[in-house]
Design a protein around this ligand. Structure first.
Ligand code: FAD
Length: 481
């Protein structure tokens, strides 16, 4: 499949009053981009547009880290567009109003965008498409953030998959080289709408957001490329052996780039298949988990607010606010849980193994509704993605489809001994425990001896709950349903 434009499709001789809009959302890159490719294929000058959507911004805290990542990624796009003779048009306000207004203002008959499967995005796009249609204009949406979307993969009886393993098998069976082939976006020079009249990009302060400390993750397509290259050269071969150890640099850390589309899923899948090794295949499976949750959200949007399993919808969680706060602050007295939560608070990232343990601890040890934990992760995670976050929480809480059975409850101490055996990760994020030996560091309250001068309860909290007791309460809570 040749995805490039033919040579005679340049925009040099086209009327400047006519254009098409390419609306960026969760696809913040200009390479291997389906909607941009199609917008350019229209032959009309393309105006790239980003809307700081007030319907979303109004729900965020002014210190939300993601705004900095988005802003810097947009800046990089703006620089590339300028170098090619164009400009990025940024507006702030409700996207469903702005896009049709802009289409009229810029004489665009069509708007091109990549699909977004979250419930708000679907509703927004329907509104935009309807408004454009009443003006005689069209809205074109393309699959871009996943290999298989919506109902492209269904069970033999035509139903959505609700169990991962058969979904994964069907996904792998259907995959052909075309699915992961990069989409060639032709050179932009001469194909962009001239920059005249483009409003300046608002600063973070003008948007009402704090200038957050520099992100640990290099933003933009350039940051994504660098990180991906590092993963491919250094870690992918050992991924299957190292992925569960948070103290080791074993995973890709690409989730934020995948969330904001600063790199293409096609590129990742193509590389994993080309490599073909045990590490790469194990990593590919994680990318398929991401698609599994995306298609679940598409088919079952209600799961974003309710337990997927109806019998767990009204569990009477005690929801103690003081325990919730201790968990959030990393002061539960369980070192690995606290290290995990402090990693989240300090960096906006948490290792996958720790997300599972910290989520399980909140629900099954502290008996707090998974939705409160889900909400906290949503506020703090730089890679927050509704489908994966909801899927991960419902998996850990045993309320989701294909979830951990309710009677399998992680023991936060044995998990710590197993996945952070030398306490390296705990020492990094809970420095007050740094002097404890490798045995004591997982459960200081059980230690025979603690370092001189260190007092449990003063220098580090005693555990706020007893795991064995809470486990029984959780079994009783879930078992009654
Ligand atoms: P890698 O191990 O390198 O995996 C590669 C990619 O595969 C990831 O970047 C991610 O896109 C995808 N992936 C990996 N594991 C999973 C998984 N279990 N489910 C879905 N996709 C996966 N992931 C998010 O992207 N956003 C979230 O908001 C999110 N919330 C989570 C909440 C909970 C309670 C749990 C248990 C998991 C959550 N995950 C979420 C999944 C997973 O923890 C992260 O994707 C992963 O830790 C990101 O690190 P990485 O990029 O180094 O992953």
């Amino acid at each position: 499949m040749d995805n490039s434009l033919s040579d005679n499709q340049t925009t040099a001789n086209l009327p400047t009053s006519k254009a098409v809009l390419y609306w960026l959302r969760r696809d913040l890159r200009l390479e291997d981009n389906h909607a941009l490719q199609q917008a350019l294929a229209s032959g009309l000058p393309v105006q790239c547009v980003f809307v700081f959507d007030s319907n979303i911004l109004d729900t965020l805290s002014p210190t939300d880290r993601r705004l900095g990542f988005i802003w810097q990624s947009l800046r990089e796009i703006q620089n590339t567009l300028r170098a090619a003779g164009g400009e990025l048009w940024c507006e702030t306000g409700p996207a469903p109003d702005i896009i049709p207004r802009l289409a009229a203002q810029l004489g665009a008959d069509a708007v091109y965008a990549n699909e977004d499967y979250e419930p708000y995005a679907r509703q927004r796009d329907t509104q935009v498409a309807q408004a454009l249609a009443t003006m005689g204009k069209t809205f074109h949406a393309y699959k871009d953030q996943v290999i298989f979307a919506r109902d492209e993969l269904l069970t033999a009886s035509g139903k959505p998959f609700t169990v991962f393993t058969p979904y994964c098998n069907a996904w792998l069976k259907r995959l052909s080289p075309q699915h992961s082939q990069a989409l060639t976006v032709p050179p932009l020079t001469g194909r962009l709408r001239p920059p005249a009249g483009t409003p300046a990009m608002p600063s973070l302060a003008e948007l009402g957001f704090a200038q957050t400390e520099p992100c640990l993750l290099a933003p933009g397509a350039s940051g994504a490329k660098e990180l991906f290259a590092d993963f491919c050269q250094q870690r992918i071969q050992r991924y299957h052996q190292q992925r569960d150890y948070p103290g080791v640099k074993g995973v890709s850390y690409l989730s934020t780039h995948l969330r904001f589309g600063t790199l293409s899923i096609r590129q990742l899948v193509q590389f994993a298949c080309f490599d073909g090794g045990e590490g790469a295949m194990c990593w590919l499976k994680e990318l398929i988990w991401r698609e599994f949750y995306q298609q679940l959200l598409w088919h079952f949007p209600d799961a974003s607010t309710h337990s997927f399993k109806p019998q767990y919808r009204d569990l009477p969680f005690p929801n103690r606010p003081d325990w919730l706060e201790s968990w959030q602050k990393g002061l539960s007295g369980y070192p690995l849980i606290d290290a995990a939560m402090r990693q989240l608070n300090q960096t906006g990232y948490m290792h996958n193994r720790l997300r599972m343990i910290a989520a399980s601890f909140l629900v099954k040890d502290l008996l707090i509704d998974w939705r409160l934990g889900e909400r906290y992760f949503a506020e703090k995670l730089l890679d927050f993605d509704l489908a994966s976050n909801n899927g991960g929480w419902q998996w850990a809480a045993s309320t989701g489809c294909d979830a951990q059975p309710y009677f399998r409850i992680f023991n936060p101490v044995t998990q710590s001994q197993k996945f952070d055996p030398d306490g390296r990760f705990i020492r990094r994020y809970v420095p007050e425990l740094a002097a404890l030996n490798d045995q004591a560091i997982h459960a200081p309250w059980q230690a025979k001896a603690l370092p001189e001068g260190f007092e449990l309860g003063r220098d580090y909290p005693l555990p706020i709950v007893d795991h064995a007791e809470q486990r029984q309460l959780a079994l009783a809570l879930f078992g009654k349903q």
